[in-house]
Structure formats: structure tokens, C-alpha cells
Design a protein around this ligand. Sequence first.
Ligand SMILES: Nc1ncnc2c1ncn2[C@@H]1O[C@H](COP(=O)(O)OP(=O)(O)OP(=O)(O)O)[C@@H](O)[C@H]1O
Ligand SMILES: [Mg+2]
Length: 219
Amino acid sequence: MSGKFISFEGPDGAGKTSVIQQIKADLVDQLGDNRVLYTREPGGSPIAEQIRRVLFAPENKNMDARTEALLFAASRRQHVVSTLRPALAAGKVVLCDRYLDSSLVYQGAGRQLGMETIWKLNQYAIDGLLPNLTINLDVPSELGLRRIAEHRSNQVNRLDKEKLSFHHMVRHAFLELQKADPDRIKLIDSSQSLDRVVADVKRVINQRYPELFANEIQR
Ligand SMILES: Nc1ncnc2c1ncn2[C@@H]1O[C@H](COP(=O)(O)OP(=O)(O)OP(=O)(O)O)[C@@H](O)[C@H]1O
Ligand SMILES: [Mg+2]
């Protein structure tokens, strides 16, 4: 039995973590706790979480861009091997809070290392494991940053502090990726209320997997 790998992407403050929490709760109701996994990047396994701490430590603000890209890829590799592959092999629905696309966007476009370079680097890490479905939560940069500032100002990390132009570039790159791979990546308007965003996400998941949220979606 093979599982379902769904990644959630989008700029900071888009609502990824909030949306996944609701989606997860409803899937657990439908399928049971042991059939659904929430996980996140960077992190998602004990070793990968240690790498996450290095990446986000405020004192590491002088980290070289290539070092950063390699650490993200290293963290991803461990996540794939320790967490993602076993969960998928067990047939679970895996809800992953950021994955490969975030590296393509933040390190490839944002840090200007080149999306192609980051893609190649990550092939070694993911060894063929692409999501079955990627939800791109799209939000204007100012709105995403405002949400973080209003609700989560005590948790702003090193990367949230990048300037606005960086965030514009990030949003744009996520949209480019979606256009290049519209079959895998589905665009959701995340400037809507959380309830509406969650409803749109459920509809997109149901289109790919008709057995999920079948009782909630009107056809
Ligand atoms: N649709 C929405 N409308 C209004 N506020 C929202 C919405 N979605 C999320 N928020 C709020 O915005 C803030 C950021 O949301 P959240 O942490 O889920 O975003 P994120 O995409 O996971 O961000 P990050 O990339 O920084 O992890 C939270 O305080 C959340 O409550
Ligand atoms: Mg989040």
C-alpha cells in the first residue's frame, strides 16, 4: 500500500500551518489517528530538527547562502529517509509543511543561487520522492507579513526578517513553479478567511483523491 504525499507551500504568513492543522483534524476524524501524519521542513525527524535549529538561530545571520542550501537539503534527506518514506510505505496521508519547492524558491530565487542548481542539489536528497499533490497558498507579501507581525511577533525567525523585496521575489517564484507544473501544484487564494481557504484546499484534495472529504464536498 502506498500513501498520499501532500505538501503545503507558500510565502511566510500564508497560513500553511493553520490550514494543515484543520485539514489534519478532519482527516483524523475520517481515517483515524494512525493514518494521518503532520510533518514539517526543515525538520520532521530528530536529526533534521537539529539542523533546523542551526538554520534558524538568530546568531547565524552570517550564514553563507550555499551553506544554507546544503543544510536545507541535508535536513530534507534525513526527513525523507526517517519519516516520509516509512509513513508513505505504511499507507498514510502525509501533510508536509513546506518541502522541495520552498528550497527552489528561497535558496534558488530568493538567495539567487538559481532554481536549476537547487533542483539538481536536491535530487540527491529526495532520490525521486516528489509530492503527489502540492498546495500553494498564495498571499500578497504585505498581507503575509502583516499576519505574522499581528499574531506571531514573538516567533519571528531570522528568515522572516528579510526585507519586503525578498518576500515579493519569493511569492513570484512560487507562482512561477505552479505555472511550470500545474498538475502537481494547485494554487489557492490564501488572502481569504481561514474557513474559505480550508474549504478550497479540501476541494482540491478531493479532486485528486475522491475518497478524501467525500462527505463534505458537493459535486
Ligand atoms: N486566512 C487567514 N486569515 C487571517 N489570518 C490568518 C489566516 N491564515 C492564517 N492566519 C494567521 O496568520 C498567522 C500566520 O499563519 P501561519 O502561521 O499558519 O502561516 P504559515 O504559512 O505557516 O507561516 P510560516 O511560513 O511563517 O510558517 C497566524 O497567526 C494565523 O493565525
Ligand atoms: Mg508555518
